[in-house]
Design a protein around this ligand. Structure first.
Ligand code: BG6
Length: 496
């Protein structure tokens, strides 16, 4: 059937085209997330998911591949045969060679036939292909107002390549059609951080330099580079985790309250934070930035290889698998407050959390333990919850009435709301289909983040392995990171 120029768009319907439809991201994250949305009944009806890849597959063969893949998904998230049968009805396949204009024309014809109300083009391909694919999409007329384009990270390798991609994308699509994914923004715990700050008035008067001594952001992973050694070795932790996930968390912590929940109101405030980050100097590059690389060690009782022994990694690689930074947000609210960021692979635990350390009481009338002051711990994963550390008179020692003991107010969101909450990719995919941009990153935010990390990238490239600190797999990273924070009189949460 040829294109029908008179067909009216089907209002509720969508076509979700997955470039990289047989790739790792589609397998591991996107299909399971789409299935969860389908199972929960939140995927709008009348949808079609079109996987795109070079392979010669029929729709039936593609469905079969996806079915086999689901056999490896954890039991609670695995479809029953009947559920898969119904879900498979949404799945289709389009063979494409992404360098051939004719293949884009064929895709355009297939999409026009149905004329869905919303067309989502999800680029889950190698980032080197983004520019070509976007140009070809535009040339084939696939950038209609009904289209939304989703770009996976990494969006570029540095500031210049990020700009080049964004310029191409912005020539073909309006900014409100572009959904740049940072999957950390889709995590329920991260949305709760926004809720904590902007849905409750309680902390706002305290959320400033007068009351807060320092803020620590930790994203620790116990996994190594798994099967992604080749990709990771050309990337490193600064590009993989800090430029995006960690800086987005820092924005959520440091931003001013937005004037509304509108996407641009939020993104304007995040951008201001990124622009306020104190630029690196020769001195801070040396003193406030630590990079490390894991050697062999033991994680949860199992011996594991060092980074340079991993498949796909160069035996003399200088790529960092750990980063710890001391950042400052140079504005009235935060001047002088250190924001410590650290992330790494093969650390002691999978644990992402934020610690807000408040200043101690200005005048002591009680005896308090040495390290005691109020602390708000925001657990992101694997636990999702909040802990407020206070001091109380426990009267553990009946005669020492003036001693205080640390106590914790503990909120467990998994218990309160159920561990089965909407996952990050499920949330983000639904937001794309519904056209909500709040949890996506704008091009200027991305550029500002690249601009801030660029001097580090350059210095580390020039430095080779000078300053690259080894750490044992299963540890909390190089001791230099502890020394960095100790110079300010503080310590990391696990050292308290
Ligand atoms: C990805 C990185 O963006 O985030 C991976 O490329 C990392 O290297 C992953 O493992 C961590 O995500 P999560 O959701 O498991 O914390």
């Amino acid at each position: 059937m040829g294109p029908c120029p008179f067909a009216l768009p089907l209002p509720m319907s969508f076509d979700l085209v997955l470039f990289g439809g047989t790739g790792d991201l589609a397998w591991r994250k996107l299909m399971p997330a789409l299935f969860q949305a389908f199972r929960h009944g939140t995927l709008p009806p009348g949808g079609r998911i079109v996987g795109v890849a070079r392979d010669a597959l029929s729709d039936a063969q593609y469905r079969d591949l996806i079915r086999q893949r689901f056999e490896h998904v954890e039991l609670a998230k695995r479809p029953s045969p009947e559920e898969f049968e119904r879900f498979a009805g949404l799945l289709h396949f389009q063979r494409m060679d992404l360098s051939k204009p004719g293949d884009y024309a064929a895709l355009a014809a297939r999409l026009r036939e149905r004329n869905a109300g919303t067309v989502v083009l999800y680029l889950a391909t190698a980032p080197q292909l983004f520019t070509t694919v976007v140009e070809q999409l535009a040339a084939a007329g696939l950038n209609t107002p009904a289209t939304r384009i989703v770009l996976e990270k990494p969006l570029g390798h540095d500031l210049a390549s990020n700009r080049a991609i964004n310029e191409t994308v912005c020539r073909a699509f309006g900014e409100r059609q572009v959904f740049r994914i940072d999957h950390y923004l889709g995590k329920p715990a991260v949305q709760n951080l926004f809720a904590l700050r902007f849905g409750n008035a309680l902390f706002e008067p305290l959320w400033r330099r007068e009351t807060i001594a320092n803020i620590q952001v930790t994203i620790a992973e116990d996994l190594g580079v798994e099967k992604r050694g080749g990709f990771y070795d050309g990337t490193g932790a600064l590009r993989d985790m800090v430029q995006n996930h960690a800086l987005q968390l820092l924005c959520a912590l440091a931003m001013e309250p937005p004037i509304s929940a509108d996407a641009d109101a939020i993104r304007d405030e995040k951008l201001k934070v990124l622009r306020s980050l104190r630029p690196w100097t020769a001195e801070t590059l040396g003193a406030h930035a630590i990079r490390g690389q894991y050697g062999a060690g033991a994680v949860r009782g199992m011996s594991v290889a060092g980074y340079r022994e991993e498949a796909g990694v160069a035996p003399d690689s200088c790529t960092e698998t750990y980063v710890a930074l001391r950042a400052e947000v140079a504005n009235w609210r935060w001047a002088g407050v250190p924001f410590y960021i650290r992330t790494g692979k093969r650390l002691a635990a999978r644990d992402a959390h934020i610690v807000v350390n408040f200043r101690p009481a200005p005048h002591a009338i009680f005896r308090t333990p040495l390290s005691a002051s109020n602390q708000l711990v925001i657990h992101l994963q694997p636990r999702d919850g909040l802990e407020l550390h206070l001091l109380a008179q426990g009267q553990e020692n009946r005669r020492q009435v003036q001693s205080l003991t640390p106590v914790h107010l503990n909120l467990d969101f998994d218990q309160r709301f159920g561990a089965e909450r909407v996952g990050a990719y499920e949330r983000l995919l639904l937001d794309v289909i519904d056209g909500r941009l709040n949890l996506f990153v704008r091009s200027d935010e991305q550029e500002a983040a690249w601009r801030w990390v660029e001097p580090l990238l350059e210095a580390w490239k020039a430095g080779g392995d000078t300053g690259l600190r080894p750490y044992a797999a299963g540890s909390w990273g190089p001791s230099a990171a502890s020394a960095m924070i100790a110079r300010d009189g503080f310590c990391w949460s696990e050292e308290q």
